[in-house]
Design a protein around this ligand. Structure first.
Ligand code: SIN
Length: 286
């Protein structure tokens, strides 16, 4: 299906589901992402609000809340509304809150955090359900984050390719591209996940390989896997499947790692950017 027809179908399906009672929601574009107005995370959040935010996340994959005021401990509490929090074994926590990691680029850093498309913790046996990222300090301009819709990436493949990929699994490893492999005392164990996964809540299929962590297909060498993986990495992030988020201090973004990938742009050389992130634990892909 051409991407334009598909995004039309996504849009009309999500329009039907836009009866939110607790806030106003504005979709960003035809692919994914929605801005939510009328939620203040500095106040207690009740079960009705949590379930509406969850529904918005399932419909739009990425939800954006502007002008929040969230300390690391409050961010951990907000994350826990949506599930248990993942503790990253390779990155230490922030301000004594072990579940909150700082994503920090200083003025003199040559390398920035990521700059490669990925889904958080796909290198784990149970990859993350979702991540919440809060903007603390930002460059004057730049440092946007791009997101891509992996349901669209799957749906726009041909029937033959879908059938081929449906029988494949792939290896994911945290050290595939890592800037400083030296940080790993022991080689972390790679994991194997299906190339096509089914979302445990929406039951939609999505492409689940990413440039940052996926190294090869199961039972194939990296060289043999390379051409097909390269095709999939490029296909997955076609502009038609993406949205771009421009941050301001106090922006909080919550995304679903089971059906998206994201990419932090590296375009603010010589400037500082500090974000706080919590990662909600997920389950084994199938
Ligand atoms: C991340 O990869 O989780 C961070 C994205 C960003 O810093 O924009």
């Amino acid at each position: 299906m051409p991407a334009s027809d598909f995004s039309q179908a996504v849009r009309s399906e999500s329009q039907r589901q836009h009866n939110y009672h607790r806030f106003t929601l504005r979709p960003l574009n035809g692919a994914l992402g929605a801005e939510i107005l009328g939620v203040d995370f500095s106040q207690p959040i009740d079960d009705g609000m949590i379930s509406e935010i969850r529904r918005a996340l399932l419909n739009h994959m990425v939800v954006i809340f502007r002008t929040q005021n969230v300390s690391p401990s409050r961010l951990a509490k907000i994350g826990r509304y949506f599930g248990d929090l993942h503790i990253n074994p390779f990155v230490s926590g922030t301000d004594d809150v072990k579940e909150v990691i700082s994503i920090r680029s200083e003025e003199n850093h040559e390398k920035r955090f990521t700059g490669l498309w990925h889904s958080d913790i796909s290198w784990g046996a149970e990859p993350s359900m979702g991540s919440l990222l809060y903007a603390v300090t930002l460059p004057d301009c730049g440092g946007d984050t791009l997101f891509a819709n992996m349901n669209m990436a799957y749906d726009t493949l041909s029937p033959g390719y879908k059938a081929l990929l449906g029988g494949l699994k792939a290896e994911h490893r945290v050290d595939r591209f890592h800037h400083s492999k030296a940080q790993f005392a022991d080689t972390p164990t790679p994991v194997i996940h299906p190339v096509i996964r089914t979302h445990p809540e929406t039951h939609k299929k999505s492409l689940f390989v990413n440039e940052y962590f996926t190294s090869r297909f199961e039972n194939m060498s990296e060289e043999e896997s390379r051409p097909m993986l390269d095709y999939l990495f490029e296909h997955a992030v076609r502009p038609d499947f993406t949205c771009r988020i421009q941050w301001s201090p106090g922006t909080l973004v919550f995304w679903d790692n089971r059906c998206t990938q994201h990419y932090a742009t590296n375009d603010y050389s010589g400037q500082r950017r500090l974000m706080h992130r919590v990662t909600v634990a997920g389950d084994r892909p199938y």
